[in-house]
Design a protein around this ligand. Structure first.
Ligand SMILES: NC(=O)c1ccc[n+]([C@@H]2O[C@H](COP(=O)([O-])OP(=O)(O)OC[C@H]3O[C@@H](n4cnc5c(N)ncnc54)[C@H](OP(=O)(O)O)[C@@H]3O)[C@@H](O)[C@H]2O)c1
Length: 435
């Protein structure tokens, strides 16, 4: 008795960096995917804005439409892959695709961070899959690790280097002594940063990904305005030099964690981490995510965070999941439907160690004044660096501080800034020791 191989029919929307790689990789990996999933995967229709792009990529003309509505209306399609980006047309495409009974795969973290709660509700109501492995850390299967590999763990914390552009810039500032602007210009020349750099450099892209990871870990979508986000523009290379002397490296870190009471913090900002920590050695455009589970302990995931092929690999992974069970219906798993924890800490409540750099006039008693202000708020000093200067000159005074709440620390900094001998606004960085 011969068994016919089921066919999963795919509609592809968008043929940019990722869409073109998905088209090519679905062809090059077709046999492999059939062997592994028992299903034949065919791209049945491709929607592009410009038909000439389809010709460039080598998509046969008879598959191409410039009307996304045709993907929705095509009853033969089982899955739609959304790779157009943005939050308007992509939202409409995904919502309508789910309502018309199609599974959806997307790489669109900006859309999920803004509208994940609504879209997963639609997916749930229609019992369709909305899969998003490609939305965080491109080539690293971190979504599947959290959903499947660690399904039996409560997630204690996630620390992620999840924006390759920022990691490249910080690596070059550290290794080549470049200023931020020089490193950014180099990243653009090398093709690691977009002409419009704000999404990456101001931390928004990392924040979108942090929202996705937090939803997986804690079951609720952080309201977009409540995710503390600080990018790289204020990073001064002298702080990287002082931090190195103190045994720390600087990374743009996404920090997602919960405390014993179940309150959750989610934040993205430049963070000092011990040079001896494994995340400190993640350099260039690479990404890494450290996940601590209550059963497993620490686990680390490392790889390319972006680019056509690494991201296409993640899309194939989602297709593989659907194809492995096709045509049987597999219960769609929702994200952010039942919150495991839902109290989000305000930034004032977070507790951290801090690095503080002051520009002071070299005169007796300044360090004592600073120490007194910190002591009145129970903030201890763990080390101090002050290059030698002549009396009356200005000199940096760099302090590493013990744990303090953000509100205590900010109040202390405001008071310190009023000391007459402080000659420039204080500069601070948060420190993560992974304890
Ligand atoms: N690039 C990466 O490394 C990477 C990694 C992970 C996730 N992602 C995500 O993957 C998605 C796609 O990224 P990408 O880098 O491939 O983008 P891209 O190179 O800019 O390609 C986007 C494609 O979608 C089309 N498009 C854009 N807006 C459209 C609209 N409103 N209506 C119809 N077509 C539209 C574009 O057509 P035209 O060419 O005609 O403008 C282009 O074909 C984004 O959500 C991105 O965040 C990208």
């Amino acid at each position: 008795m011969s068994v016919t191989t089921p066919i999963l029919r795919v509609g592809l929307a968008g043929l940019g960096t990722v869409g073109a790689s998905v088209w090519r990789r679905l062809l090059s990996q077709r046999d492999l995917l059939r062997q592994r999933t028992g299903t034949e995967i065919y791209v049945e229709q491709v929607a592009v804005r410009r038909p000439e792009r389809a010709r460039e990529v080598g998509v046969p003309e008879n598959l191409v439409t410039s009307d996304f509505g045709q993907l929705i209306a095509n009853p033969a399609l089982d899955v739609i892959i959304e790779l157009i980006g943005g939050t308007t047309d992509a939202y409409a495409l995904i919502e309508q695709a789910l309502r018309s009974g199609k599974h959806v795969i997307t790489a669109n973290k900006a859309l999920l961070a803004a509208h994940g709660a609504e879209l997963f509700k639609v997916a749930h109501e229609n019992q369709r899959h909305l899969l998003f492995e490609a939305s965080v850390a491109g080539g690293i299967p971190i979504i599947r690790a959290l959903r499947e590999g660690l399904v039996g763990n409560r997630i204690v914390s996630i620390h992620g280097i999840i924006n390759g552009t920022c990691n490249y810039i910080l690596t070059r500032m550290n290794e080549a002594g470049l200023e931020f602007k020089e490193a950014l210009a180099e990243a653009k020349r090398e093709g690691y940063a977009e002409a419009d750099d704000s999404l990456d450099v101001d931390g928004h892209d990392a924040a979108h990904k942090a929202a996705v990871l937090a939803a997986l870990a804690y079951g609720f979508w952080v309201p977009p305005g409540r995710l503390y986000t600080e990018g790289l523009r204020a990073v001064d290379k002298q702080d990287i030099v002082y931090a190195r002397k103190l045994g720390y490296g600087l990374k743009l870190l996404a920090i997602i964690k919960t405390d014993a009471d179940g309150a959750v913090e989610v934040r993205v900002h430049p963070t000092l981490i011990p040079q001896s920590h494994v995340l400190a050695s993640v350099s260039g455009v690479f990404n890494a995510v450290l996940v601590r589970g209550d059963v497993v302990g620490d686990t680390l995931y490392y790889g390319r965070g972006a680019g056509g092929d690494p991201t296409a690999s993640a899309i194939l992974s989602d297709l593989g999941q659907i194809a492995s069970h096709f045509p049987q219906e597999q219960r769609a798993r929702n994200v952010g439907h039942e919150a495991l924890h839902s109290r989000l800490k305000t930034m004032d409540e977070i507790v951290s160690r801090y690095y503080l750099r002051l520009l002071v006039k070299d005169q007796p008693g300044v360090l004592a004044d600073v120490a007194r202000i910190l002591a009145t708020r129970q903030i201890g000093i763990s080390s101090v660096i002050q290059p030698e200067a002549h009396v009356g000159e200005t000199t940096p005074l760099v302090l590493m501080l013990h744990d303090a709440s953000e509100s205590q620390f900010q109040a202390a900094v405001q008071e310190i800034a009023q000391i007459g001998a402080i000659k420039a606004p204080p500069v601070h960085l948060r420190v993560e020791d992974f304890e």
